[in-house]
Structure formats: C-alpha cells, structure tokens
Write a protein that binds this ligand. Structure first.
Ligand code: ATP
Ligand code: MG
Length: 396
C-alpha cells in the first residue's frame, strides 16, 4: 500500500552553511540503518528526506528509522498521479484501511506544484466532501481532529498520508565528533550513551572488567549493551580493560572507605589515556547527581581531579524513573537488570566515604604505582567493533 516514507528533520535545518553536511550525514546514517531491508532508495528534497521503499516492508523500515538521531518525524505515504479522481480514490482506500472506529478528521491539502488547477483550500474542500461521503466512520472537526489527512501536490505526484510517527530528534550521529562512553552493565550508562548519540556524538565504549571476580556473563552483558548501541549508531567499538590487578592493589594498599573513590580515579585515568590515543574529545558517564555514594558533588570533584578531559554527564539532573523509562524504550533495560556482579559491587566497602577530599584520595594512593598499573591495564585492553545487526564482532 505505502510506496514511500517521508522523514522530517528540524534542528539540522537551521545550521546555516553546515546544513548540507548535516543533511548528508543524516542520509548516510539512514542508508546505513536500512541496509539489508530491501532495495530502498533515499533522496533529499525541499527540506525533507524521501525513502522509496521499492517493495520493502514499511513497518520494518519505519521501526528502524525511528531510532535514527536527527529524524524528527516520519510518515508512511501513498503516492498517486495528480488526477483528482485518482487522489480521491487513493484517499478513500487509505482511510478505509486506517480508520477502524468513529473518528473526527480534517483535511490538510498543500499545493507545491502551482500548475495544479485547484488551490490548497479548494482541494481541501473537494477531498473533504468526497471522503465524508465514502468513509462512513469519519466526521469533520477542523479544530481538534483525531486524525489529520494530508494531501501534498508535489512536482509530479500527489502524496497522501495520515500518520506522523515521532523520531528521536537531535542531530545525526557523527556530526558532533567522537567521545568515549564508560559503559558499565548498569541501567544508566547505556542511556547516557544514547543521549550523547542523540546530540550527534559518535561513541566508543570502555568497560572495566575484573575477571575472575566478575564473570564472563557480566562481560557478555556489556557486550550485548554495546551491540544495542551499535544498532542506534551503526557501529560501536568496545574496549574491555582488565581491571583485576588494579582492584587487588587497591584492596591491599588503600583504606577501605576510599577504595571506590580510588577505583573511579583509575577508571578516569585509563579512560583519559585511551581517549587521547583514539582521538576522542570527551568522556561520557551515566552519573546522576546524588544517586549513589560516589555521585555527590564532592566525590565527582575528587574523581574528576585526575583528568582534564571534558566529562559529559547527560543524566546528571535526571530522576531514576525517567532514566528507566528511556532504558525500556531503548530495550537496554532487560539486559541491564540481569543480576550479574559488577566490579564496583564486589569491592563495595561497608561504609564508603560520600564526601572524599582530593588530599585524602591522593594520600590513599600513596603506596600504589599509578603509572605502572595504568599502563599495564592499557596494554592488556581488548577491543572489538560491533556493527548494526551483526551477530559476530570484528576484533581490531
Ligand atoms: P550504571 O547504571 O551506568 O552502572 P550506576 O548508577 O550503577 O550507573 P555507578 O556504578 O556509580 O552508577 O557508576 C557511575 C558511572 O561510572 C556509570 O554510569 C558508568 O559510566 C561508569 N562505570 C561504573 N562502573 C563501570 C565499569 N565497570 N566499566 C565502565 N564504566 C563504569
Ligand atoms: Mg553501576
């Protein structure tokens, strides 16, 4: 029935002379996203993007594209020639399929092709009365209609649609540079990764793994989350850092109540170094102010102190319920709540300091060979790249 989808984008159209780069990036990302779904052709026209389905299943394509950052909304469209009888016939066919119960509607007609004999208001009127006669469940309400029927007269064809499905909005992934996401197995960090992606950031992920204190299942969980992020961004490179030696050293040489602070400072140092190597310009974390002991301002200050790289915290002001809602939408939630141990929970002190000061952390690290521990962990890091809908990963 539908031969095409229209994708609308908002913000990227206001970027002045960068506009065409942004649009190109968005089209590239869309092309990447629908790869393998059929012989789909995507083109730009008049501030919108047209997706010609060529027989591909519109639902599948829609479900894929509604996760592509930069897209504000999508509509599945029926196309016809510009003969009025054809338009009327198609309108009735579409509405009889879509309308299942008594519904109020209005018609919105737009004439882009000024050669078309009727003006927009005239076309609205003609179509409105034809629809009323032929679709018994519909009645008119021009002020607060439940359904808006749209007919656009373009250069060659007429486009007809009723549905407008929201996309994520934001900016196309890759248009705002690259960052390194600290990806735990928890609920928050995948959501933080998604939020950064939605603002155009391409993310690589780093995970700290403490085998055998944490199991292979815990690692698998993080790999699954990275695959899910690849689904949204086209690909996701995951760096798994072996953190066991560092944790052992911390347990042996640092006061227990500061062990989490010290551990996090190591995470930051390693992430900072890896970001530098990979030319990534920021770190992204799932921290949210006040959520747990290490997420007080004092604690963040002390943990942050070991690095000068910008740290993006997209969830900083969000409540847990809202984060969970997004995680459910993203389908990362089910994976995140699997009960496998995390390196932080295993070494959780009985009474962690909630307001650790920098001097205390520095003192706590006195007996550690920081540089050597960091370097060793970096040397043993394993990296894989996940691609959208790819079962296997490619080691790099
Ligand atoms: P999450 O749900 O993302 O695990 P959380 O509420 O459990 O977050 P913390 O455990 O304090 O909070 O972690 C704060 C942030 O530190 C995480 O969101 C993540 O970005 C990073 N982080 C924590 N543990 C790890 C880990 N093992 N590997 C990589 N990053 C981590
Ligand atoms: Mg966690």
């Amino acid at each position: 029935m539908y031969s095409m989808l229209i994708a609308r984008y908002g913000e990227i159209s206001i970027k002045g002379k960068n506009r065409s780069d942004f649009e190109k990036k968005l089209v590239d990302n869309m092309q990447q996203a629908v790869k393998g779904l059929g012989d789909i052709k995507i083109s730009r026209t008049g501030g919108r993007i047209l997706i010609h389905l060529n027989g591909a299943d519109y639902r599948t394509v829609l479900d894929t594209l509604r996760w592509v950052p930069g897209i504000v909304s999508l509509s599945p469209v029926m196309t016809t020639t510009q003969e009025i009888e054809k338009i009327e016939e198609t309108a009735v066919e579409l509405l009889n399929k879509v309308v299942q119960k008594p519904t109020t509607f209005k018609v919105e007609a737009r004439r882009a092709n000024k050669m078309f004999p009727l003006t927009s208001p005239e076309l609205s009127k003609v179509l409105g009365s034809h629809i009323l006669k032929n679709v018994p469940l519909l009645s008119v309400d021009v002020h607060r209609p439940e359904l808006t029927f749209t007919c656009e007269i373009r250069e060659q064809e007429a486009y007809i649609y009723v549905e407008v499905i929201p996309g994520p909005g934001g900016l196309p992934v890759g248009s705002s540079g690259k960052a390194l996401l600290l990806l735990s197995g928890g609920i928050d960090s995948p959501v933080a990764g998604w939020m950064a992606m939605k603002r155009g950031v391409e993310v690589e992920a780093i995970h700290f793994h403490s085998y055998p204190f944490t199991s292979d299942r815990a690692r698998k969980k993080v790999e699954d989350l990275a695959k899910r992020l690849a689904h949204f961004g086209g690909r996701c490179r995951l760096h798994v850092v072996h953190f066991t030696e560092i944790q052992k050293a911390i347990r042996q040489h640092c006061p227990e109540e500061l062990s989490i602070t010290v551990m996090r400072r190591f995470m930051m140092r390693i992430a900072d170094r890896l970001a530098h190597q990979r030319k990534l310009l920021a770190l992204v974390t799932g921290e949210s102010l006040g959520q747990v002991a290490s997420q007080t301002l004092e604690s963040m200050y002390t943990i942050n102190h070991v690095t000068a790289i910008p740290i993006l915290r997209p969830l900083i002001a969000m409540d847990k319920v809202d984060i969970i809602r997004i995680a459910k939408d993203l389908e990362t939630y089910e994976t995140s709540i699997l009960p496998y141990e995390d390196c932080c929970t295993i070494f959780m002190p009985k009474a962690p300091r909630t307001r650790p000061r920098v001097e205390e952390a520095v003192r706590a690290e006195r007996d550690l060979n920081i540089e050597e521990l960091v370097q060793e962990a970096l040397d043993k890091t394993e990296t894989v790249t996940y691609y959208k809908d790819m079962e296997s990963a490619e080691p790099v």
